[in-house]
Write a protein that binds this ligand. Sequence first.
Ligand code: URA
Length: 236
Amino acid sequence: MRLDYFLAHTTAMSRKEARQAVARGQVRVTGMDRVKAATAVSSEDQVWLGPTRLQWVSNERYLMLNKPLGVICATQDAHQSTVLDCLPETLRQGLHPVGRLDKDSSGLLLLTNDGQWSHRVSSPAKHQGKVYRATLASGLTDAMARQLGEGLMLKGESRITRPAVVEVLADNQCRITLSEGRYHQVRRMLAAVGNHVQALHREAIGGLSLDPALAPGEWRELTAAEVAAAEGGPRA
Ligand code: URA
């Protein structure tokens, strides 16, 4: 977040007054030589207004989950396990998944109680790259890869898909990066070129990759840099 935003949230100052305080040299951040209103800081930084340390208190929560197979992306369901069931009960209140992954897909899923952030991360207008590893029923031919790369018409739709970036990883495995998020898009695109997705795993969203230390079903809090990366900031 910007330093002036941090100040406006931790003091009674408006953003304008915060910018003026920074310009007057009244604000320091431990470990930084010079700061500007636009300087990026995190909730863990030590920010000082004169002699007073300002403490960031936030109720906003940002998590990444390695979504396991077989759970649905919903906050509650009468019959099926949801992604919230992967979290301790004390943490679930107010959280929602950011976007969706199919019940039969695994990998990076973000959860938050910050609706604005959720909207920015998943806004179609931002064309955030989403990276998937797909295991296929048969090898991906050059013709298939070309069609995916050029964009194609999905059944029942009226607009061709945005160009996908495709990388062949092994005989029956590819990495595919989409910059939009239509219903069951990867599965439907592969079906449209005559192949079939047997397994699908999301590796990254925007500049944020799934932490390889997380086993299926495990989660952790995002760092401030990761919160920014997920919405298109520098890669984390
Ligand atoms: N595309 C799919 O087909 N399924 C997902 O879960 C995500 C993208």
